[in-house]
Design a protein around this ligand. Structure first.
Ligand SMILES: NC(=O)c1ccc[n+]([C@@H]2O[C@H](COP(=O)([O-])OP(=O)(O)OC[C@H]3O[C@@H](n4cnc5c(N)ncnc54)[C@H](OP(=O)(O)O)[C@@H]3O)[C@@H](O)[C@H]2O)c1
Length: 321
């Protein structure tokens, strides 16, 4: 039988943080985890949108334990403040889902001067995880789940120009940020292993899912709004949000996942279908690239993680299934 939402084990007593929980895959994941008893911290940049999402979830699950946390991943100061608040309010975290993301935006910089997709999708989550990992490391069953994309396969880290100042392309920038997500998740697992931590780091991708990122986002960002022509077909060719959230929920809760695993839909070249092992590009499996990205992320953000560098060849499984 294919894994589905009814296979999620009880989440009672678990504190979960989902970034970008007000919309799309993040909202679906937040809802499913709260429905199974988790206390869900909805980390969003807009209070208003988070409130709407909470109303939506509570309509179906009136007892859902939901909490708003202001988090703008494009502002490092906001990430620091959010991490501080989590430590103050909870002191521990069982599950961190690095889900929020932007796609194919016009050339722009975050408040800290990072290219927007790299700065938001990767560096924002890098800082968040680095600042919270010590609240998770000693908790049995704790996990960090990072949402990547099929687009990671085209991604390369431009180490000499990570902000793509010289040659910006929005698809290229998105792919860079998504391969960074995957390289980060695998390096995090190696470092957790080196630290003898209880926490697992795993990654996932939703295939093609009809969310704001792909639907309205595509319309907004396409030249001459040609995306509007495509929009009606999206519902036919893409999974709905609920199916799109399954790989995330599988990575977050299934007993079958392994350290450093990568999970996605199983059908039509991983575009849709039930969740299971997904294919990692050769580039994303490269440990030297991952270690170099980690050092670059530390130097750009000024945040140093408490996790030791892995010994060469030391790993708790690679993501290739
Ligand atoms: N949908 C797909 O087919 C697809 C495919 C591959 C990968 N993904 C990945 O799946 C993840 C979720 O995307 P989705 O499809 O569910 O899209 P979505 O509905 O647009 O959700 C994206 C979420 O990220 C939030 N976000 C964006 N910038 C942020 C920032 N600076 N700080 C905090 N939150 C921010 C958004 O908040 P606002 O509502 O305030 O903008 C929203 O809650 C992303 O990482 C995306 O790259 C999606």
């Amino acid at each position: 039988m294919n894994w589905n939402i009814t296979n999620i084990p009880s989440q009672q007593g678990r504190t979960v943080l989902v970034t970008g929980a007000n919309s799309g895959i993040g909202r679906e994941a937040a809802q499913a985890l709260a429905a199974n008893g988790a206390h869900v911290i909805m980390a969003c940049r807009s209070r208003e949108k988070a409130d709407k999402a909470m109303v939506h979830i509570r309509k179906r699950w009136p007892k859902a334990e939901l909490e708003f946390l202001e988090l703008d991943l494009a502002r490092q100061q906001s990430v620091h403040e959010a991490a501080r608040q989590v430590r103050e309010r909870h002191g521990k975290l069982d599950l961190l889902i690095n889900n929020a993301g932007v796609m194919w935006v016009e050339k722009s910089l975050t408040e800290d001067g990072f290219e927007t997709q790299f700065g938001t999708n990767h560096l924002g989550h890098f800082t968040l995880a680095a600042l919270l990992i010590d609240t998770m490391m000693n908790l049995p069953g704790s996990r960090v789940v990072t949402v990547s994309s099929l687009a990671h396969r085209a991604g390369r880290i431009q180490f000499d120009d990570p902000n793509l100042a010289r040659e910006y392309g929005r698809h290229r920038a998105y792919a860079q940020s998504k391969v960074a997500n995957l390289l980060f998740a695998l390096e995090l697992q190696r470092r957790l292993f080196a630290a003898d931590a209880q926490t697992l780091s795993v990654a996932c991708h939703p295939g093609l899912s009809n969310t704001n990122l792909i639907g309205p986002g595509l319309v907004r960002q396409s030249p001459l709004r040609l995306g509007a022509l495509v929009r009606p077909f999206m519902a036919l060719i893409a999974q709905n949000e609920r199916s799109g959230a399954l790989p995330t929920l599988y990575a977050a809760t299934s007993d079958a996942v392994r350290p450093g695993g990568y999970y996605g839909p199983q059908w039509l070249g991983e575009f849709m279908g039930p969740p299971g092992p997904a294919q990692v590009s050769g580039y994303a499996r490269n440990e030297e690239v991952a270690a170099r990205l980690w050092r670059l992320s530390e130097s750009l953000t000024g945040v140093t993680s408490p996790l030791p560098e892995p010994q060469s060849g030391e790993q708790a499984g690679t993501a290739a299934e």
